[in-house]
Design a protein around this ligand. Structure first.
Ligand code: 26W
Length: 836
């Protein structure tokens, strides 16, 4: 049993020294104070002198110093949370795409200028140390980044929150291109260790797997118990989550797997060295690597082990460590809400039931009543293939007691359904948590919906489609359970830090309150009418383009051409996101010039910038990446374009690159097939940084367009109902190919091998898929897209009008702050007002 911190550990009660009794205080927030702390860490923590220190030493010493300034707040916050026992949020997420920490922690502690001056006085450039930081890529894309934005906002709002997740030893793979094709490299982000984590092996939890269940007589009461087959240790690593200059620091607790008895000396001495450490490697595999899929579950047992591992450790940690010893568990819903970030942590539901019924010996009905109030579920997708299902064989093998509990939950649920709807076997079959086809499986989204107090989608349209199309029976059966909370992004990282020039312009006009009250941006509307302000805005965008150009030159040897519209599409590579539509636009423009039908000089100079990782097992996505790079190398080298059309595809798109690309963008590509993108969050980041959006009415694009105004948004393509109607009529993509000359020429050029050294087979899978399948209707939306891009070119020619529209985009998208999202979760789902 891990060491349980008491309110005042014994030693504290015996302390006499004034310092030991004094509250923890932060070092002096002065340049001298910072220099002293920095050198202290460099010399005594890193064990080097300034003169012999490496850049890594100096970076770590800086990180330790910033930590020291935040530590007092963190410890005080933990003490207050233990004292006040206010209701908090436990955010359960298999992914956190945190990005670099240094700048955010400097900003949150208000130390950026002091640190910069202090380091300069030691002959050190803060920017050099920034480059040393490896970003923790513990997520795939939208879902992981959203979790990171949310915990930032909860700390800034002063809501007690612990983020729980997995400390993957290897995060999302590093992407390189070889001959234009994606190659995955392991992400050894911990090679030098991380200065931002606090390991607590003494607080490790024992997590069990496998084995069998048995029933036994417990003083006349029949009870069940789990007899596990093997177990591992879950070691917690704590990370600070500082609020923005509000003295608050919440905790992100990521679990790392370690073998219970890491080394079997007896076996070792018998000479079987392999066997002696097998348990260790086996155990540590659990938190070894992030699964790089972001929409198609592979159903691998290790993935389920990961999910149960961090969920069980988190629930044990909260019940046995955070809660006071004698806490009355019937009051649990007044003390905590476990938010399920998609279905990945939903095994938490049967785990809490197991603990309450089997270990705390609670009556099933009482335990279920508590459990239903303690969980809420956020769904982040609309793709049926992204909804996780686990075969009962696999789940029963790994977690036999949990399967029994799920069966019981399902039986009680179906009884209630029969109660309500009578013996409608088809409905029973459709609503059962246990699906029979193709194999008997647990439908995790159904379990989450039955158990959750609330179920929400992540944008208005998404939540509507969830209720009407994905889970209609459940919406009917659980009136009031379904709600919506539109996503948001943290303005600290994605405006204040990523775009310091725009931030200065806004603060100059409005004061600095907008950083924690983003709706204040609305006051910029009047400034949009001021030509002088527009000119300064234009200078800010130009400066951000120059900065991006310097970054891409140094990072990838790319040149960003002056005077080009930067047309940016950065997100995971997935067919529903339709990077194919963007590359077809480029090919259409290219073909129009090389065929002589358009004069290059008439083209609006434009650079299409792509950023996208494909799941390693997703062949079509990897082929599309190859095509984008192939088109890019041909177009960029073709002098007939006179340099007026460029394609850049910097590899390894991640949070750090996003922070450079987004502020420099003119045009934001949000072109998914309507009804497929749950929300999108990149779309929000672009609008807040003064890019105009070309997009479909999908996900949060709808809400962006409603807020910025139709005249400040380039809408194209079918709406979701139109997509459904075309599908119902029977969609024949080849008809669109036949009917549209531009489309035919563009597809024929790709098919001809023009971008693959004459080899027609290279991209044939893409072309034939579009002509005979085209599940995401690229061909159907092509002509509308191309027509809207012509309007974009025309609009961009009037830079002053464009800048006015861009400023209005900034002014009217304050709604998309993750602070607002958190306030919505608090009002509609959590009821955890900021405390103390
Ligand atoms: C098990 C495989 C797997 C892994 C991740 C399936 C599904 C996921 C995520 C739910 C995919 C994801 O990141 N979804 C994105 O979530 C964002 C945050 O809500 C939304 O803005 C995006 O629209 C949605 O695609």
């Amino acid at each position: 049993m891990p060491e349980k911190p008491t309110l005042a550990s014994e030693s504290a009660t015996r302390a006499t020294h004034a310092l030991a009794l004094a509250p923890v205080t932060a070092p002096a927030s002065t340049v001298d104070g910072f220099v002293r702390e920095f050198l202290q860490n460099l010399n005594f923590n890193r064990g080097v002198a300034l003169s012999t220190s490496s850049a890594t030493d100096r970076y770590f010493a800086l990180a330790y110093t910033v930590r020291d300034y935040l530590m007092a707040r963190w410890l005080e916050d933990l003490r207050r949370q233990r004292e006040v026992q206010a209701k908090g949020v436990a955010y359960l997420s298999a992914e956190y795409l945190l990005g670099r920490q240094l700048d955010n922690n400097l900003l949150a502690s208000g130390l950026t200028d002091i640190a910069s001056e202090a380091l300069a006085s030691c002959g050190i450039d803060l920017d050099d140390l920034r480059q040393q930081e490896v970003e923790p890529g513990l997520g795939n894309g939208g879902l992981g980044r959203l979790a990171a934005c949310f915990i930032d906002s909860l700390a800034t709002l002063g809501v007690p929150n612990t983020g729980y997740g997995i400390r993957y030893e290897y995060g999302i793979f590093r992407q390189t291109f070889e001959d234009g094709q994606q190659v995955e490299q392991p992400d050894s982000w911990l090679a030098y260790g991380s200065p931002w984590e606090f390991p607590h092996p003494e607080a490790a939890q024992t997590i069990s797997f496998g084995g069998h269940t048995e029933t036994y007589d417990d003083g006349g009461v029949q009870r069940s118990r789990w007899v596990p087959g093997w177990n591992v240790q879950a070691v917690p690593y704590n990370y600070m989550v500082p609020g923005y200059q509000n003295g608050r620091v919440n905790t992100l607790r990521l679990w790392s797997a370690k073998a219970t008895n890491s080394f079997d000396l007896r076996v070792f001495n018998s000479g079987d060295y392999e066997e002696a450490v097998r348990a260790q490697t086996f155990a540590e595999n659990i938190s070894k690597v992030l699964y790089p899929e972001d929409s198609t579950p592979q159903g691998k047992e290790l993935r389920l082990q990961q999910q149960y591992f961090f969920v069980a450790a988190s629930i044990k940690d909260f019940l046995d460590v955070t809660l006071p010893k004698d806490f009355d568990l019937t009051k649990l819903p007044d003390r905590i809400i476990f938010q399920l970030n998609d279905t990945h942590p939903v095994i938490a539901v049967p785990e809490l039931m197991r603990v309450l019924v089997d270990e705390k010996k609670m009556e099933w009905e009482d335990a279920w009543a508590i459990t239903q109030k303690c969980f809420a579920y956020t769904c982040h997708t609309l793709l049926p293939e992204a909804l996780e299902v686990w075969s009962v064989d696999l789940l029963g093998h790994l977690l036999p007691r949990h399967l029994e509990i799920i069966y019981r939950i399902n039986d009680d649920f179906l009884d209630a359904v029969r109660e309500r709807f009578g013996d409608d076997e088809m409905r029973i079959r459709d609503m059962s948590i246990i699906g029979e086809h193709p194999v008997r499986s647990v439908r995790m989204a159904y379990l989450a919906t039955v158990a959750g107090a609330k179920v929400n989608g992540v944008a208005e349209l998404h939540s509507q489609l969830l209720r009407e199309k994905v889970l209609p029976d459940f919406d009917e059966f659980f009136p009031g359970k379904f709600t919506n909370v539109t996503n948001g992004v943290t303005p600290r990282r994605f405006v204040r830090l990523a775009n310091p020039e725009l931030s200065a312009l806004i603060t100059d006009a409005l004061g600095s309150g907008w950083v924690t009250d983003l709706e204040r941006l609305r006051e910029l509307e009047t400034h949009a009418e001021d030509p002088e302000f527009r000119a300064r805005f234009a200078e800010v965008k130009a400066a951000n383009k120059r900065r991006l150009s310097a970054v891409l030159r140094e990072r990838d040897g790319f040149e960003v051409s002056d005077g080009h519209m930067l047309d940016v599409m950065v997100k995971r590579l997935h067919e529903y996101k339709r990077q194919m539509l963007k590359i077809l636009h480029v090919v259409t423009q290219y073909e129009s010039v090389i065929s002589g039908r358009v004069v290059a000089a008439d083209l609006q100079p434009r650079t299409a910038i792509f950023g996208a990782k494909a799941a390693p097992g997703y062949a079509m996505a990897k082929n599309i990446i190859h095509l984008i790079n192939a088109v890019g190398s041909v177009v960029n080298a073709d002098t007939r374009l006179e340099g007026r059309l460029k394609v850049l595809f910097p590899p390894n798109y991640n949070v750090t690159l996003a922070e450079r690309v987004i502020p420099a963008a003119d045009l934001s590509e949000q072109i998914s097939l309507a009804g497929k993108e749950a929300s999108g969050t990149g779309n929000m980041k672009f609008a807040l940084n003064g890019a105009l959006t070309i997009g479909t009415d999908d996900g949060a694009n709808v809400e962006i367009r409603e807020l910025v105004g139709d005249e400040n948004f380039f809408l194209f393509g079918m709406s979701e109902p139109e997509v459904e109607a075309l599908w119902a009529r029977g969609y024949k993509p080849a008809e669109f190919y036949q009917a549209d000359d531009n489309l035919r020429r563009a597809l024929d050029l790709i098919a001809s091998g023009a971008f693959s050294r004459g080899d027609r087979s290279t991209f044939e899978p893409i072309v034939s898929n579009l002509l005979y399948d085209d599940r995401f209707m690229v061909l159907a939306d092509y002509s509308s897209y191309i027509a809207e891009q012509v309007k974009v070119d025309a609009a961009y020619a009037d830079q002053d009008a464009w800048n006015r529209s861009a400023i209005l985009n900034v002014a009217r998208t304050g709604f998309f702050s993750s602070d607002r999202s958190m306030r919505d979760y608090i009002d509609r789902i959590w009821h955890t007002p900021p405390s103390f």
